[in-house]
Design a protein around this ligand. Sequence first.
Ligand code: CA
Length: 231
Amino acid sequence: MAQHVLVVEDEPAIAESVAYALRRDGFTTTLACTCAEAEASVRQCDLIVLDLMLPDGSGFDLIGRLRHRAVLTPIIVLSSRDSEADRVAALETGADDYVTKPFSPREVVARVRAVLRRMSTATQDPPIAANSVLKVEEATRRATVSGRSLELTRVEFDLLARLLESPGRVYTRAQLIDNVWGDGFAISDRTVDSHVKSLRRKVGEAGGDPALIETVRGVGYRVTDRPPDDA
Ligand code: CA
């Protein structure tokens, strides 16, 4: 069955060109011009392509409301802004990826394919990765520290899942970017650092030791494999 993409964009020319490229690539599409229209159509779609500046509100707020309602449909943000802060904010609010305007519709289609592929890999292959304290379940997207739930964004979850595949192994930032965002994605090391920082904060808030996620200076990150009391 064709996968369905909701395109939320108030500029008709952009909305049409993205929808056209998606349909040509085998997707079905619905267009929405406002946050309200998007919220009404969100249940039926497999993925959302979302402009950040909409007539009745900001895309950031829409992402927040959807994630708050536990709508986990993947979201790709169309950002007209050039600031890394906005892109990081979009990812931290719960977006899965972003494309910066101006973009080619084919680039959007490639991102849509990559995100959907990532999602299906995550659900078809449900390993549980863990060290002695931290645990992630790919199938349910649940993460815990000493049995206590962590409320992670998708990026934070994927980062933790990669690190936990081999406790003790050091992952470079470039490896984490390839694994979490996708091969060749132009994302800066600072973006990785800010997601790790937020992940550590959440581990701490849940009563875990933020130092479980170690910085290996000049190299990257790893999760420690030591037992909890071996401090
Ligand atoms: Ca707009």
